[in-house]
Design a protein around this ligand. Structure first.
Ligand SMILES: Nc1ncnc2c1ncn2[C@@H]1O[C@H](COP(=O)(O)OP(=O)(O)OP(=O)(O)O)[C@@H](O)[C@H]1O
Ligand SMILES: [Mg+2]
Length: 286
């Protein structure tokens, strides 16, 4: 389903967290990339209907979130992994996922339990389905959160830092899971890991101080850094960013630092750093 956000703003007191955001999210996997405090969680909370916008319009598959009926219909179709899940510590994994499935109006007990088991299996937690959540590790709890988000087969899946705290093998499993789910649905995930974006996302939004600095395909973001990444032998004065690599050379993002510098192929991370470091400062936005 398509999500259309128009002119969305959200403030907390005098601080403007989202500013006149326009975004159209299509089926596929969209990654929201941005530094701490950029507004990623705020945006996902608004899309999940947990938080109201200060201004602007949001349509989820045609349902308008400004009306109670629209919100109810949208809730029926979405799954949400909050950045911090409020678990019931004494629930077992199965009970928690089943409880969410009940809230999602899966009334047929047999069919619901089948779906609960499928979701728990998809995140590799079948062996601990009967264990209380408080006895699980942080990464396992994160996976319980993913299981409850997917249990009712949502058309819109909102995942706030789904790979936070996952070990490398589980991150890879998560990527496989998300890719297998995404064929006909809209997945929106926030992350700090540019590798997550490169691995699974069909579209990327760079969020910076509540505005979208970039929205397009990952390859288009990478192209932004073409001709802007160099290997030099000394730290230049003029670069936007530079750091010493393991091999001892200095990797430079910005204009050519010296005649001897060698242009290299940019990575997605270079492009992200370039886009966010060229962004106007907070003072300029006010
Ligand atoms: N309920 C709230 N009350 C006051 N300020 C808030 C509230 N929620 C968020 N903020 C502020 O809004 C800004 C954006 O927060 P948000 O959690 O959306 O960022 P984020 O991009 O998810 O960051 P992170 O990468 O750290 O998760 C921050 O400055 C935060 O302090
Ligand atoms: Mg966040």
């Amino acid at each position: 389903m398509r999500v259309v956000v128009e002119n969305l703003s959200r403030s907390f007191g005098s601080s403007k967290v989202l500013r006149d955001l326009d975004l159209t999210l299509e089926p596929g996997i969209t990654g929201i990339l941005g530094p701490n405090g950029a507004g990623k969680t705020t945006l996902l909370r608004i899309l999940s209907t947990a938080l109201a916008p200060s201004k602007g319009s949001i349509k989820v598959g045609g349902w308008d979130l400004s009306s109670p009926h629209g919100r109810t219909e949208a809730r029926r179709r979405l799954g949400y992994l909050p950045q911090e899940v409020g678990y019931y510590p004494r629930f077992t994994v199965f009970q928690l996922v089943d409880y969410i499935a009940i809230l999602k109006e899966l009334d047929d007990r047999g069919e619901r339990h089948r779906r609960v088991r499928t979701a728990i299996d998809a995140v590799g937690l079948s062996a601990v389905a009967g264990k209380r959540i408080k006895t699980l590790s942080g990464g396992m709890r994160r996976r319980v959160g993913i299981a409850q988000a997917i249990v009712a087969d949502p058309e819109l899946l909102l995942l706030d830092e789904p790979t936070g705290g996952l070990d490398p093998e589980q991150r890879m499993r998560f990527r496989q899971l998300i890719t297998s789910l995404s064929a006909d649905r809209t997945v929106v995930l926030s992350t700090h890991l540019v590798e997550d974006i490169a691995a699974v996302c069909t579209s990327v939004v760079v969020l910076w101080q509540g505005q979208a600095l970039f929205h397009g395909q990952p390859a288009q973001l990478r192209e932004r850094a073409d001709g802007m990444v160099w290997l030099a032998d000394a730290v230049p004065d003029s670069a936007l960013l530079s750091w010493r690599t393991e091999e001892g050379a200095v990797r430079v993002i910005g204009p050519r630092p010296s005649a001897a510098a060698v242009a290299i192929e940019p990575t997605l991370e270079d492009a992200y750093l370039l886009v966010t470091n060229c962004a106007p400062t907070d003072a300029q936005l006010r």
